[in-house]
Design a protein around this ligand. Structure first.
Ligand SMILES: Nc1ncnc2c1ncn2[C@@H]1O[C@H](COP(=O)(O)OP(=O)(O)OP(=O)(O)O)[C@@H](O)[C@H]1O
Ligand SMILES: [Mg+2]
Length: 453
């Protein structure tokens, strides 16, 4: 992780002025910069300091940039490397890219673009480190129960869980479907002092209206047609533990009134009995509706709303915490890979696509899509075609933007290299072609392409 300002960058170039200029620009940007004029000192810096990124010249006397790159690949493989190359070394730069370099620029680089690439490289490195860190460290209450995420929004929720887990105040968890409401309610219970007591979840939306009261409060034998035996209700089952009223907004007003009474008096009566039974349980409710609005519309009792809502946890939809998507996606990919006995990775391109999508089904949908892709893929990394069809148009659109920028970049590089070679060789095309290490024919073709670009 970038600890010092925006990050720590090592600049290596045998040309002192080049180091000075770049160092000044990057320091101004808020980076901490280490300067080095040769690979030997660069190696000792990288071994000693917490370097987040290396920018190195390719051609240097003695051990060159390629050598240094080899060392980094072997010993510090998570540090991204950006090459700065002179016109004559484009070929080596291309092979460096193929070997895993983050980017390369022809000197002098376009500094605006360089700054953008630097911040992307450091962001990616930090993200990878964060994922590793989260996987290694035993987490807090939320994480121990599988609540993943590192955005401010999720961290705030994890903090709240830590703070309120042992209290007995009611909690209302609201959020869209699949955002993790049930996961949070479980974390609240299983990390609290109540963890060895029952956690009883009641899906208020799934129980038929006629049965809900018996389900919640229990009934005596013969209390109504079909009540063949005495039944213990969910409130009683949850005694001393937690009752989770999932989708409480779906309950009708009659049942709402009864729940209000239970919350006020802390006692229930089974259907068909007058005996009052004390219940001590924490009540956690969840809703994907806007309950305040339901109150306004007369569909939810205002007094019950205030009763169940002493502490509110609002879970934001995934599209409002996109920075968590790479972390979630890669952990899901690893988990499903293990389950499938495969080793399937998520390339940057797919990750970008996942971040662009609007996720109406939130984390549940992301999880399902990764599972499906891991199962379907025939290779060791997920491709666009392994994702459901609704992703394809978005994928194509992103691909096109990439191709356009990539084409632009390569063309720029070629054009710049050809121009500089011609200048050096006083316009002699054969010489310039030799300098670039390509045939005369290839040189003419590129020159021609570049002219008509
Ligand atoms: N932050 C998260 N980290 C890891 N897994 C998560 C996270 N949020 C949700 N999930 C997973 O997504 C799935 C859906 O979560 P959960 O059932 O808690 O959502 P919900 O908000 O209760 O959804 P619904 O409203 O549809 O009932 C679960 O498998 C859960 O483990
Ligand atoms: Mg749920």
């Amino acid at each position: 992780m970038a600890r010092n300002g925006k990050g720590e960058i090592l600049v290596v170039d045998d040309e002192p002025n080049a180091v000075k200029v770049l160092s000044a620009i990057l320091t101004e940007e808020g980076y901490r910069v280490y300067e080095s004029l040769d690979v030997a000192s660069a190696t000792s810096i990288i071994n000693r300091e917490n370097v987040d990124l290396v920018i190195t010249d390719l051609k240097m006397p003695g051990r060159d940039g390629m050598d240094f790159f080899g060392f980094i690949r072997e010993n510090k493989h998570d540090i991204p490397v950006i090459f700065l190359t002179a016109y004559g070394t484009v070929d080596s730069a291309v092979s460096a890219m193929l070997g895993g370099a983050f980017y390369y620029f022809i000197k002098p680089p376009d500094y605006v673009k360089l700054k953008d690439i630097i911040s992307r490289a450091i962001r990616q490195k930090c993200m990878r480190q964060e994922i590793e860190m989260i996987e290694k460290t035993p987490g807090d209450a939320g994480e121990k129960n599988g609540l993943l995420g590192n955005t401010v929004e999720i961290r705030r929720i994890k903090d709240t869980i830590e703070t309120i887990k042992d209290s007995s105040s009611t909690v209302l968890i609201s959020g869209e479907t699949g955002t993790g409401k049930e996961l949070i309610s479980r974390a609240l219970h299983f990390c609290s002092k109540r963890k060895d007591t029952p956690f009883i979840a009641v899906n208020c939306a799934a129980i038929p209206k006629e049965l809900i009261e018996a389900e919640l409060f229990g009934c005596e034998k013969g209390a109504f047609t079909g009540a063949h035996a005495r039944r213990i209700g969910k409130f009683e089952e949850a005694s001393n533990g937690t009752i989770f009223l999932d989708e409480i907004g779906e309950l009708d007003l009659g049942v709402q009134a009864k729940i209000l009474r239970v919350l006020q008096e802390r006692e229930i009566e089974r259907l068909g009995s007058n005996r009052k039974i004390k219940v001590h349980c924490r009540v956690i409710s969840s809703t994907n509706r806007d309950l305040k609005n339901e109150v306004k519309e007369g569909r939810f009792r205002e007094d019950l709303f205030y009763r169940i809502n002493v502490i509110e946890i609002k879970v934001p939809p995934l599209r409002e915490r996109k920075e968590d998507i790479p972390l979630l996606a890669s952990i899901f990919a690893r988990e499903f890979s293990e389950k499938e006995q495969k080793k399937v990775g998520l390339p940057e391109k797919v990750m970008e696509l996942l971040k662009e999508y609007h996720w109406p089904g939130n984390v549940r949908q992301l999880m399902n899509i990764i599972e499906r892709a891991v199962v379907l893929t025939k290779s060791d990394s997920i491709a666009l075609c392994d994702l459901p069809e609704e992703f394809h148009p978005l994928g194509k659109a992103l691909e096109e933007t990439h191709t356009v920028t990539r084409r632009g970049t390569l063309r720029d590089i070629e054009l710049q290299a050809i121009k500089e070679a011609l200048e050096k060789c006083d316009g002699n095309k054969s010489k310039a072609a030799r300098m670039l290490g390509i045939s005369r024919k290839a040189f003419y073709k590129r020159l021609n392409d570049a002219k008509h670009a």
